[in-house]
Design a protein around this ligand. Structure first.
Ligand code: IMP
Length: 436
């Protein structure tokens, strides 16, 4: 009897060579030998050559996903946020500064006023900015100020003791934020935060997206005040595209074309690649040069994250998965795709060629997403689910998953349409899906 009869599943190399463009749902891993508990799985990774993260999560540079609150919270969780560029270079640089000036992932965005300013009713009644800080009146804010040193729980104790509902946080004798007791209480109820993503100066690490137009050099000038920048290039989906960027010296690669949840690039332009194939192909090349890969787009559950990471990505970049969360910029339930006509009208059309062609062609749609609550709550649960997936595969880290895949120990298969139906909830009249 030939030994090949007992060969089970496909090696990744064989599976991805079949000439099909596979996306995450098309493929499935076969379980492997488990000899460690879930808590032994470590998901630490790298965004790019010099940016280590304690969780492999990146928030997408979309104007409905990453502004300063999201970036602060992603960094507090051990991931990172990339500020979108659908705004002026000055506004974008201001957001980066705002992320770096905060210590704790609390939501507040106070309006700063000097004593000579008039306070408008809009300043006071804006639900997302409920505080107005008059900062030039030194004696008042000095008395009011508090140094947190990154400990919002300790801060909560201080508020209790002083019987205050709101205190200001101070950095180098400047008020940088206010903290409300109800916010501290909200965060105390979430899973405890792990190791945050901070630079050598103790401030949160944050990314900023820029395009490759001539005018973007100005954007870069505004952002270059932070030295030792790592440059991530993309988006790419093929080996030769990746090769070009690696030769140009990128520190990381962003992979995905048309895989975004509400993007129509593949439909409109007939160009792109199934995300599983794109990540596998690019990561196989990039790993030879030690360049980390960001799997961008198409993540809608923890299983997709497991698949992206195991087939070679170092991190996943998420848009719709995070849109509609407490930390996302829109308080309402809208997610606007960056290539939709609406977003292009606001500014992203230069990227999608609408400005030179004069005729605007959308490569995305406007969609509504559900309210998801805080990322500080659901990302830790998601990471726990990802750890369970890694455990089922017998991989205790990203490196060990990549090694098992390369050595063909990990086996995969393509799922038929019926197998995909079977792998989801089926055969029940109605159900309620609670993830945690
Ligand atoms: P999601 O996580 O599936 O929602 O995908 C997010 C990714 O979709 C982003 O990081 C972008 O790379 C991509 N994206 C966002 N807006 C557009 C668009 O309008 N057209 C094409 N791709 C987009």
């Amino acid at each position: 009897m030939s030994a090949s009869i007992f060969e089970d599943g496909f090696s990744s190399d064989r599976l991805f060579k079949q000439g099909y463009s596979y996306t995450y749902d098309d493929v499935i891993f076969l379980p492997h030998y488990i000899d460690f508990p879930t808590y032994s799985v470590h998901l630490a990774s790298n965004l790019s050559r010099r940016v280590p993260l304690s969780i492999p999560c990146v928030s997408s540079p979309m104007d409905t996903v990453t502004e300063s609150h999201m970036a602060i919270s992603m960094a507090a969780l051990g991931g990172i946020g990339i500020i979108h560029s659908n705004l002026t270079s000055f506004e974008q640089a201001h957001m980066v500064r705002s992320v770096k000036s905060r210590r704790v992932p609390l939501l507040s965005n106070p309006v700063f006023k000097s004593p000579s300013d008039r306070i408008q009713s809009d300043d006071v009644f804006d639900a997302s900015n409920p505080y107005v800080l008059v900062t030039e009146w030194q004696p008042q804010f000095e008395a009011f100020g508090l140094r947190f040193g990154g400990d919002c729980w300790g801060g909560g104790g201080y508020m209790e003791e002083k019987k205050r509902d709101v205190v200001a946080t101070v950095r180098e004798n400047e008020v940088v934020d206010v903290v409300a007791k109800e916010e501290v209480e909200r965060i105390k109820g979430y899973p405890k935060l792990g190791v945050g993503t901070v630079g050598p100066d103790g401030t949160w690490l944050v990314g900023a997206a820029i395009w490759t137009r001539e005018s973007d050099k100005e954007r870069l000038e505004e952002l270059k005040m932070y030295s030792k920048l790592d440059v991530v290039g993309g988006n790419v989906v093929t080996v030769s595209q990746a090769q070009n960027l690696i030769q140009a010296g990128v520190d990381g690669l962003r992979v995905g074309m048309g895989s975004g949840s509400i993007c129509t690039t593949q439909e409109v332009c007939a160009v792109g690649r199934g995300q599983a194939t794109a990540v596998y192909k690019v990561a196989s090349l990039a790993s030879q040069s030690g360049v980390p890969v960001i799997a961008d787009g198409g993540i809608s559950n923890s299983g997709h994250i497991v698949k992206a990471l195991v087939i070679g990505a170092s991190t996943v970049m998420m848009g719709s998965f995070l849109a509609g969360s407490t930390e996302a910029p829109r308080v309402f339930v809208y997610q606007v795709c960056m290539g939709s006509l609406e977003a292009m009208t606001k500014g992203s059309d230069q990227r999608y060629s609408g400005d030179t062609a004069k005729l605007k062609i959308a490569q995305g749609v406007v969609g509504a997403v559900a309210d998801k609550g805080s990322v500080l709550n659901f990302i830790p649960y998601t990471m726990q689910a990802v750890k369970q997936g890694f455990q089922d595969l017998g991989a205790s880290s990203l490196q060990s998953a990549h090694d098992l895949l390369k050595s063909s120990v990990l086996r995969l298969e393509v799922r038929t349409g019926a197998a995909q139906v079977e792998g989801g909830v089926h055969g029940v009249v109605s159900y309620e899906k609670k993830s945690f």
